[in-house]
Design a protein around this ligand. Structure first.
Ligand code: HMG
Ligand code: MG
Length: 305
């Protein structure tokens, strides 16, 4: 498919408050997380992945999930999503009124075991009642599919594994799936193959890309999948992030870099890049580092000069 087929508008889900912060060793106070969500919605993000309802023993940084959800001054038109790996997490999440929940499975058996302590088929058994309960409550259900091109434990992952997982997600009623390159090893043809495998079970409008940038390929992978018609991406402000069970993997592609690329291509996002950079600076200042975004740093240098 050529460039003429590129979408005119792209939806970005900022996963910074969740994927971005879950791996931070020092506790980030709830007020800072809430401040980050506020700045992201101020910048025009229409969906924000706020937190996760997982075991605080496994991911201590997300233990303040209820407090963070309660502290957000919600903006109409903005969707707030949370991760829920099982019924226990879902039941804890419901009173916090998420617009969307995310069940998260893996195309790799080894990663499934390390991340959520069960096999792929057991994970689907756990997700099924969560999906049913969410849909009965009118809460939209997204499925994250980890390790769709590579796994930290198993190496390369074949597209057939992705198709298999996407098929299981579809069977239990998951409405939308994210094709994740958890450890950022993918290159354009490989992520295209993972999306193609997903297309066996989901329409292009129900698929998003979630690319970590460990090997510096995430923008290329974004462009490669845009050319297939994908128009929804998870990105992380200031390039925050990583997964505690995927050692060495860095953050998601920076929201700032994706916005800069898309706007430069004449594709709308509804996001104000300057305000987004302010959001990234806010959290990066708190963490005591520079934003992991080339575009943000270039613009910050220009502002300083
Ligand atoms: P488990 O130990 O198998 O669960 O963990 P269990 O049901 O046997 O319960 C054991 C204990 O955990 C019990 O507590 C439960 O109450 C508690 P205890 O009696 O020992 O005190 N528990 C919970 N507590 C709070 N919330 C819950 C919950 N469930 C059980 N929902 C579990 C299974 C999934 C909970 C665990 O493995 C876990 O929390 N894993 C963390 C996974 C995680 O958050 N990973 C990072 C997010 S995924 C990601 O980053 C990838 C993504 O970005 C896409 C990509 O890039 O690939 C989405
Ligand atoms: Mg991730």
């Amino acid at each position: 498919m050529g460039l003429n087929h590129l979408p005119k508008r792209v939806k970005l889900v900022d996963v910074g408050p969740r994927d971005g912060l879950q791996n931070e060793k020092t506790p980030v106070p709830a007020e800072i997380k809430i401040g980050l969500v506020h700045r992201l919605q101020e910048a025009g993000l229409k969906e924000i992945e706020v937190t996760s309802f997982v075991s605080p023993k496994w991911v201590p940084q997300m233990a303040d999930n209820v407090q963070v959800m309660a502290g957000i001054a919600r903006q109409s038109g903005v969707r707030y999503s949370v991760l829920t790996p099982n019924l226990q997490g879902f039941e804890a999440a419901v009173p916090t009124r998420p617009d969307e929940i995310v069940v998260f499975g893996s195309a790799s058996e080894a990663f499934s075991q390390r991340n959520i302590n069960c096999s792929i088929s057991e994970s689907i058994e756990r997700f099924a009642p969560v999906v049913a309960a969410a849909r009965a409550a009118g809460i939209y259900v997204r499925g994250a599919m980890s390790c769709t091109v590579g796994c930290p434990y198993e190496g390369d992952i074949a597209p057939e594994r992705v198709a298999y997982l996407a098929g299981l997600m579809k069977q239990i009623g998951v409405q939308h799936v994210g094709v994740a390159d958890t450890i950022g090893v993918g290159t354009p043809r490989k992520v295209q193959a993972a999306v193609e495998a997903t297309l066996l079970h989901y329409a292009i409008d129900d698929i998003s890309g979630h690319f970590h940038d460990t090997y510096g390929q995430a923008l290329s992978n974004t462009l490669a999948t845009l050319e297939m018609g994908v128009w929804q991406y998870d990105t992380s402000v200031a390039g925050l992030g990583g997964c505690p069970y995927a050692k060495g993997a860095t953050g998601n592609v920076a929201t700032e870099d994706v916005v800069y690329m898309l706007h430069g291509m004449g594709i709308e996002t509804g996001i104000d890049l300057d305000k987004l950079i302010d959001a990234g600076t806010y959290i990066s200042d708190f963490l005591g580092r520079k934003p992991q975004s080339r575009a943000a740093n270039a613009i910050l240098n220009k502002r300083a000069g």
